[in-house]
Ligand binder design. Structure first.
Ligand code: NAI
Length: 474
């Protein structure tokens, strides 16, 4: 039997590995358990990091053709070397997962490779791929096993990761599909749909709701849909996919997608070379033995926790995609830090009201706090300040005039309640709003904060000025 740990973290995605590092930094004897051969989980191996590598590379490809000539840089028509692009993605993944392995070593965290199983309070089994089991004693267990691809409800689906793919297969296609049909107009569908559209695919997005990016601010999703339409994506909204069926053989392999209007009407079909299923993700608890151990799940299969991340059995905690809340790497990271602090006897806390969300398309979408729709539904009286990037000097200089910054502030107190940005670099700019909101700042605070000129961020300042009084440059 191995030695006793203070904390064992099962799963090494951003939630798990960050939790382990924080725990080790706080002086706890820490181990992680990971079933994959590399650390980092979905985010680093088959999610955020590889998709950002392809998003960036495909943006450069599109820019070389569409933006560089206008800037006086004539490079001729760019030629796609998909193999090299994929090699860049793979190298990016490798350097990131190696980085996590290095951080484990640096912080003296033991790494067990195998599937972790909760045997009960203070007891974890690790089963390797040969079926050999090691049992380890620990005072605390943190479940950070993340999520997996969700099916399409009511559809008999076989994801072969070649023709019918999840995000994993969509990051590994060996050629550019002529027609990519994306089921689900959420974050994954639009990020990966836009990658392949830039590389030459015809892309059709079939979405159940009447808008793309469901929970985003209405203004944002409307403008974003117009932008993506300009980039060549086609949308079928209010359309429920009821069937995905493989067709053809050999090189003629493809799939047929059947959908019907949500409001009622005749079904229609679309032929695709590749279908990307992006209808959400579900918590991953396979093999953990939670039922037997007595860990209670909720009605969505997520591990039930209290406000201190404690599950139904003492000394067992859970964080990240496997519990309720937005399935975002940074939410999991913050929960990882908080639970490590709680276990170490400190006051760990996550402010769920200030978790930024970013869609890494071109342009990016970034958001923090409440949307207009949420404020209306809650009956909150609010003010809106909006500033277009077309009126921002830096944006014009960089040929990035599309989009806007929008600040929502309480009508009486001027406290900023939400900030939404559509535009180049939105994912970086959103953080000044997040910091402001953490400190309960007002639109006036933001509008009176000196911003360097010329920067895209001045549009955020101007939107804040618009919410509390008037923008200068409009
Ligand atoms: P999602 O929940 O964002 O979007 C799924 C979409 O599929 C919804 O709009 C839904 O209405 C639609 N849908 C469901 N069933 C359908 C049907 N039968 N026919 C047509 N449409 C249907 O899920 P997605 O994009 O798969 O992402 C999964 C999770 O991963 C999300 O929680 C997301 O936040 C997270 N993620 C975040 C990223 C980021 O922050 N940049 C990047 C990638 C994923």
């Amino acid at each position: 039997m191995a030695e006793r740990y203070d904390i064992i973290v099962i799963g090494t995605g951003p939630g798990g590995y960050v939790c382990a590092i924080k725990a080790a930094q706080l002086g706890l004897k820490t181990a992680v358990v990971e079933k994959n051969s590399t650390l980092g989980g979905t985010c680093l191996n088959i999610g955020c990091i590889p998709s950002k590598a392809l998003l960036h590379a495909s943006e450069m490809f599109a820019e070389a053709e569409h933006a560089l000539p206008t800037l006086g840089v004539d490079v001729g028509k760019p030629k796609l070397n998909l193999e090299k692009m994929m090699a860049h993605k793979d190298a990016t993944v490798k350097s990131n997962v190696d980085g996590v392995a290095f951080l484990m070593k640096k912080n003296k965290i033991d790494v067990f490779t195998g599937t972790g199983k909760v045997l009960g309070e203070g007891h974890v089994a690790i089963i390797d791929d040969k079926g050999d089991t090691v049992e380890v004693q620990t005072t605390n267990i943190v479940i950070a096993t993340g999520s997996d691809v969700a099916d399409i409800p009511g559809v008999d689906l076989t994801i072969d990761e070649k023709v019918v793919v999840s995000s994993t297969g969509a990051l590994e296609l060996s050629s550019v599909p002529k027609h990519l049909v994306v089921v689900g107009g959420g974050v994954i569908g639009l990020e990966l749909g836009s990658v392949w559209a830039r590389l030459g695919s015809k892309v059709t997005v079939v979405e159940y709701l009447d808008t793309i990016l469901g929970p985003m601010d209405g203004d944002v999703s409307k403008q974003f849909q117009r932008m993506l339409t300009k980039q060549g994506l086609t949308f079928k909204l209010g359309a429920k996919v009821t069937g995905v069926e493989a067709t053809g053989k050999g090189v003629a392999k493809g799939a047929k997608v059947t959908y019907e209007p949500v409001k009622g009407g005749d079904a229609a079909t679309i032929d695709a070379d590749v279908v990307l299923v992006a209808t959400g993700r579900k918590p991953f608890t396979n093999g953990l033995g939670l039922e037997k151990a007595g860990v209670v799940l909720d009605e969505h299969g997520r591990v039930k926790i209290d406000e201190h991340f404690h599950t139904s059995i003492p000394g067992v905690y859970a964080i990240g995609d496997v519990v309720a809340g937005p399935m975002l790497a940074h939410k999991a990271e913050d929960e990882g830090v908080a639970v490590a602090e709680i276990i170490a006897g400190q006051a760990g806390h996550v402010n769920y009201g200030v978790i930024p969300g970013v869609v890494y398309t071109q342009p990016e979408i970034a958001s923090v706090g409440k949307t207009e729709e949420e404020l209306k539904a809650e009956g909150v009286a609010y003010k809106v300040g909006k500033f277009p990037f077309s009126a921002n000097g830096r944006a014009r200089a960089m040929l990035q005039p599309n989009g806007f910054a929008k600040v929502l502030a309480d009508k009486t107190t001027d406290k900023v309640l939400g900030v939404h940005i559509v535009g180049f670099g939105a994912g970086e700019m959103i953080h000044e709003a997040a910091v402001l909101m953490e400190f309960g700042g007002s639109a006036e605070d933001l509008g009176r904060t000196c911003h360097a000129h010329p920067t895209m961020s001045e549009a955020v300042k101007e939107a804040a000025l618009g919410a509390f009084l008037k923008p200068i440059h409009l």
